[in-house]
Design a protein around this ligand. Structure first.
Ligand SMILES: Nc1ncnc2c1ncn2[C@@H]1O[C@H](COP(=O)(O)OP(=O)(O)O)[C@@H](O)[C@H]1O
Ligand SMILES: [Mg+2]
Length: 210
């Protein structure tokens, strides 16, 4: 593989773009962290690769768009999946007029709600981990920290992470973005949104006083 194939360098992974049979794929490869003990590092990479693969697939059954997975190699910590043609939501958000932005945030909230409805939490629900295609559809990626059998507390944490990500990445538009995201979340879950949302606020208060 040559350097030109590298699409992105994440905190813990290298993303390669490959073209075969006129189709584009992504190979996500989790790299060793030199400052971690070898056994711990390999266990972490294996767990996260397995988790990511599993949740990419489960999310689809819950109505959330994710890249199709073709293979997973737990010994090399790699996943081969579809390349999603589009733009990182994080980058797109900076350029969009208010109305389009809130429409996408609403969809983001819906997607997170579909996961939560299926007792799944994303674990790293930032706007870097959402791709928007040219039909304004959202694709969720980066499920290495996701978990199943999620409790209300875990869902609250997921929502808290969204709020924090919006505060740090989109500070100038965080309020309208968060409101639209919550609207989408509530539109899917109805009364079921109350528990996770009040937990989100509680977590913020806990953070303030500790
Ligand atoms: N399937 C994919 N299709 C298109 N771009 C992708 C895909 N997977 C990852 N990317 C790009 O690579 C970046 C890093 O991938 P990600 O899975 O988030 O890795 P990390 O865990 O290192 O953050 C993403 O923000 C996105 O821009
Ligand atoms: Mg990421």
């Amino acid at each position: 593989m040559v350097k030109e194939d590298v699409l992105a360098l994440g905190a813990e992974s290298v993303i390669f773009k490959l073209e075969r049979w006129n189709q584009a794929f992504v190979l996500k490869s989790r790299q060793a962290k030199p400052y971690l003990l070898e056994e711990i590092d390999s266990l972490l990479r294996k767990t996260r690769t397995a988790r990511e693969c599993r949740t990419l697939i489960i999310a689809r059954t819950l109505g959330v768009r994710t890249p199709a997975v073709y293979s997973v190699d737990l010994n090399n910590y790699t996943i081969l999946m579809d390349f999603i043609e589009g733009t990182q939501f994080k980058l797109l958000a900076e350029k969009l007029p208010e109305r389009q932005l809130t429409r996408l945030c609403f969809k983001f909230g819906e997607s997170i709600a579909y996961l939560h409805e299926g007792e799944v939490v994303h674990g790293d629900p930032t706007t870097s981990n959402v791709i928007v295609d040219n039909q304004q559809r959202l694709w969720l990626i980066d499920f290495g920290l996701s978990e199943m059998n999620a409790t209300v507390e875990m869902k609250g944490v997921d929502l808290h992470l969204i709020r924090r990500a919006l505060e740090t990445t989109h500070w100038d538009r965080q309020e309208s973005m968060l409101n639209a995201t919550i609207e989408g979340y509530v539109a899917v879950l109805g009364d079921g949104a109350e528990g996770p949302l009040s937990r989100m606020n509680e977590i913020r208060e806990r953070g303030r006083y500790h």
